[in-house]
Design a protein around this ligand. Structure first.
Ligand SMILES: Nc1ncnc2c1ncn2[C@@H]1O[C@H](COP(=O)(O)OP(=O)(O)O)[C@@H](O)[C@H]1O
Ligand SMILES: [Mg+2]
Length: 245
């Protein structure tokens, strides 16, 4: 049986006049890339915020690494790397010095900085101030920051937002190599089907706060032989899923 890394149970977030996340049961398996797909406003960032302990759920519970997030918060978060809503840096500092701040907070040594710079292909630019970085370089630095603590679980909220096709491809290639290379599990969100299609093993579709599909990408593809993936996706958004187990 495959290890479950993230498991939520009836996870719900109410805001004053709406439910941003409704009864979501996520199941993210070990060493897989889980694509968390849904239109803007669907509830992806709110869900991710709850997984990272940044947003308090109104209801339901979250287990990560088989521990309860409300009880073992620090133990869990120590093993998660994340990048949410676009990375933010000290613009006047170099890539290296930005990572140095993360490394010191995590009690890591300088070798780890060079290691992650190499992984994201920024070694050459390590002494450049980040304000001179392109968006793609900034995203890669964000991923370096997320990786520096050698997390077992990486959570990326729309990491390719705003990138050009070449930048998207670079990030995709990078992320795809992680599960095997680092024995890592990845949850990556996007509102773009084609992006998730090219990176994910498993897929969860969220719409208006509800998880309307969760299974392998393969299963989604095969769920209707007469439709292409895009048609299947839009059908699910329109009607909810009639085929999600
Ligand atoms: N702090 C908040 N207060 C009220 N409503 C919020 C808040 N944060 C998010 N929402 C609403 O919750 C819904 C889901 O938002 P979000 O999780 O950011 O969606 P996504 O990341 O999928 O685009 C949206 O309708 C959004 O307007
Ligand atoms: Mg979002």
């Amino acid at each position: 049986m495959q290890n479950i890394i993230i498991e939520t149970n009836h996870l719900t977030k109410d805001y004053k006049d709406m439910q941003a996340v409704s009864n979501v049961n996520l199941s993210v398996k070990s060493r897989r890339i889980y694509g968390f797909l849904g239109p803007n406003g669907a509830g992806k960032s709110t869900t991710i915020g709850m997984l990272l302990g940044l947003i308090k759920p109104s209801n339901g519970d979250i287990k990560i690494f088989n521990m309860d997030l409300s009880k073992d918060r620090l133990k869990i978060l120590k093993n998660i790397g994340s990048m949410i809503e676009g990375p933010s840096y000290y613009e006047n500092l170099s890539a290296y010095d930005n990572l140095k701040i993360s490394a010191e907070l995590l009690d890591l040594d300088d070798k780890d900085i060079d290691k992650v710079l190499k992984i994201v292909n920024l070694t050459k630019y390590k002494n450049k101030k980040t304000k001179q970085f392109s968006l793609g370089m900034k995203q890669r630095l964000g991923i370096a920051q997320a990786l520096i603590g050698k997390p077992k679980l990486l959570i990326l909220d729309e990491p390719t937002n705003g990138l050009d096709p070449v930048g998207i491809q670079e990030i995709r290639k990078l992320i795809k190599s992680f599960p095997e290379k680092f024995d890592m599990t990845i949850l990556i969100s996007s509102h773009i089907l084609s992006e998730i299609e090219q990176i994910a093993d498993d897929i969860g579709i969220i719409n208006e706060g509800k998880l309307v599909f969760q299974n392998t990408l393969e299963q989604l593809r095969n769920s209707n032989p007469n439709k292409n993936l895009e048609e299947i996706f839009f059908h699910i958004l329109k009607n909810g899923s009639d085929n999600n187990d």
